[in-house]
Design a protein around this ligand. Sequence first.
Ligand code: HEM
Length: 470
Amino acid sequence: MAALRESVVHDYLFVALAAVTILCYVIGGAIYRLYFSPLSKFPGPKLAAITLWYEFYYDVIKKGQYTFEIGRMHEEYGPIVRISPHELHISDPEYYEELYSRSSPRDKYPYYTNQFGNPESTFSTVHHQHHRLRRGAMNPFFSKRRIAGLEEMISSMVEKLCIRIEEFRQSGQPIPMRLAYMCLTTDVITKYSMARSWDHLESPDFSPIWCETIKATAGAGVFMKHFPWLFPVVRALPDRLVAALNPGMLLLLDFQRSIERQIKEIMDRKGDDEQLYLVDGQPTIFHELLNSDLPLWEKSLERLWQEGQVVVGAGADTTANALTVTTFHLLDNPDKLQRLKSELEMLMPDLCSPVKLRELEQLPYMSAVLSEGLRLSYGVSSRLQRIAPAEELKFHDWTIPPGTPVGMTSVLMHHNPSIFPNPDTFLPERWLEPAPDNRPLDRYLVSFTKGSRQCIGIKCVFFLPTLSLL
Ligand code: HEM
């Protein structure tokens, strides 16, 4: 009996000791983060400085609200804010080109890149030099010259979309333009990047499941960045269980698998039946990568499907969103739509007359409409962090320690009233008139971000002028 009592006391003592240790660790960690961390001198909410659960609450529980909470923090604490135990955020349009530098090394933040489940893609490559290697191999595929060669293919896809719009018009049904644009951009990108279009434009209801998949990827991302170790666990689970736990996650896995299958086909047929895998006589990006000087380990299937996921996922959704937002604002502002139509009629008196992309790009009001559409569609709406690995960054009187993730956010830039007065209003005219203080507005349009990590697809936002063909 005495021995049993002693063992119970011993167990209680053990549990109490464990609890006290955990408590000391948590309290000690909080005190360190608040008073001794290299970021402790930066202003911001105490709770955000102590724990990542603060961000979790706004992004996961309240669904993608942290960007707006960060905006509120800037109103309270000023242009530089500590938004997590490890990260700073800046709201000062003049600082953008310094942070997103073209010439100084900038790493990405694994906490951000981990959320997409493609750590081997160029997009998610953390270290600057490694990114340069991978990006160098992709660049030729996205050059202006290569993109110009796609005009015919894109025009034929746009014509397909026009036929679908006409069908809806005749039936009197409203057309879900977000889905329709997503089908257009996906068909073009899959054709260009993998030689096989997914032909979503042929789907009677514009493949709503595909849009759901991309939404699910973003939705899963805000959760997974807190628990990146879950990716391999989820991949190992049976599909039925994944679907029961999180249907969106299954859509993401299916998306990854279909890209993997298609790239494996390209790799297996290399040299054999080559013609089948060319796009208008041109090799796909995966031919380019396989034939490039990249070291062998950079050409594995595992890495290449991850590259494919980014090209299709990032390219299709952002572009479709920009087209949808622009279309909405034009329909909502008939006077602006009429001004655009009048400009186009000068170039194309007969709607069926062929028109070149370079001619469309010269139209001033068209360009202004597209810039305004990009401004209000943001590109990526969350912050994009950059890390200066070995350099102290100076921001006003602040010195930011090397290795600190620092972010800025396009949504906050694009709604800054000192740069874009009446920021919530769709006003293409602002791009044609002298800007406040004569600042060149283009400098503050950051939908594609800037510097060495700028969107590689920036020159192939060929879809946007196609708006005029609709
Ligand atoms: C309106 C259209 C687009 C917008 C607003 C946009 C925006 C962006 C942004 C903000 C980034 C940087 C993300 C970061 O720093 O984490 C990015 C990267 C990237 N985008 Fe785009 N994008 C667009 C279209 C495209 C297209 C059409 C493609 C390909 C066909 C594409 C492929 C990529 C790739 C591969 C990256 C990673 C580049 C790297 O890390 O070096 N994007 N995009």
